[in-house]
Design a protein around this ligand. Sequence first.
Ligand SMILES: Cc1ncc(COP(=O)(O)O)c(C=O)c1O
Length: 429
Amino acid sequence: MHHFQYRNNELHCEDVPVSRIAKDLGTPFYLYSYATLRQHFRAFDGAFNDVPHLTCFAMKSNSNLAILKLFALEGGGVDIVSGGELYRALKAGIDPKKIVYSGVGKTSEDMEYALQSRVLMFNVESSQEILLLNEMAGRMGKKAGISIRVNPDIDPQTHPYISTGLRENKFGIDIRNALEEYTRVSGMRNLTVSGVSCHIGSQLTRLSPFVDALKKLKELIGKLKGIGIGVSYLDLGGGLGITYDQEEPPHPREYAKAIQDELDMKDVTVILEPGRVIVGNAGILVTRVLYTKTTPEKSFIIVDAGMNDLIRPSLYGSFHGIEPVRVTCRRKIKADVVGPICESSDFLAKDREMDSFETGDLLAIMSAGAYGFSMSSNYNSRPRIAEVLGKGDAYHVIRTRESYEDLVRGETIPEFMLKDDDRPPTADR
Ligand SMILES: Cc1ncc(COP(=O)(O)O)c(C=O)c1O
């Protein structure tokens, strides 16, 4: 359920006509619904009310400060994967004691910053990372709480690029070696064992892989107990899928029930790291048709948003619904919706049946709230676009469109290149 609905044939974000925002701000832009974000967070978090838990929003899916603030106000924490994400989280007012630090390639600087900030725990992913964290914590006179991210070798049955819990993936420590690794950690002066964690993949539409992973984690926790190592946290990662097209993923309520039925542990706090399921369908990308073009093979609808703004279709072949901002009664055609980028992979939809859109029409690219803006770039020297939050009958710009000056900020031409001597000789020299 989301708050992007038609009224009098006009797409609205809550009570604001999307066309009004486009008229005021220009296109393209990301548009999020406040009520949807809050409702999704509450539905997810509330589904775990019967067990001690902490919902740590996976901010890689959407790291806008206003959105993080909303979740902070709801009592949520975050799952971070870089120093930059930590900076954003703290700026948005997330309690450091609700921050878990995941990621396979933390640098010593990242560790130092997170130790200084007193984050709840580090989800560590290799023996070498464990050694470095122990060294860094020692140098700073601190103790770091750790949880080993185990790789349980479970097929999440999702796109290979977003599958993370298989032995062939780079993530985590093989669950078969986890006991040995925990034993080593328990002998390290500057580390304390806080928990066990895993994240098996993203956009999962079935419950069984989550339950299978939990079974393996429980077995590991039992073995750890047997050798005197207790854990306070069981971090199950994120990954619950959403409907982009025809998918029918479980509701967070069903997900929570499946987890709780299997959990059977009273003395651990469950940590959840949902991203997509909270923000995915709470955001759209609004774009305008620049041109249409028909060749003997195909029809193209060329819009002002490109793969630099929303890379998911190019990267994963992902489906995003494409809806008119103002409903028309035009005939249907089959077309590719493409952007202005100089790459053939720059498309938002391929061979899709849709209205025969015309120049100037506004389109809504649906389900774009997760891994949309956060994966956007300046490719083709395109300024990154605005992000807007709709709430009731008002809207708020929560990130302004970048300018050309923003594009070159930080770049310099070395002095020697500005000197005459370095110019090629000309005929009259
Ligand atoms: C460690 C970790 N936690 C949580 C997530 C969030 O996944 P999702 O957005 O599918 O819920 C990811 C996504 O890649 C992740 O790597």
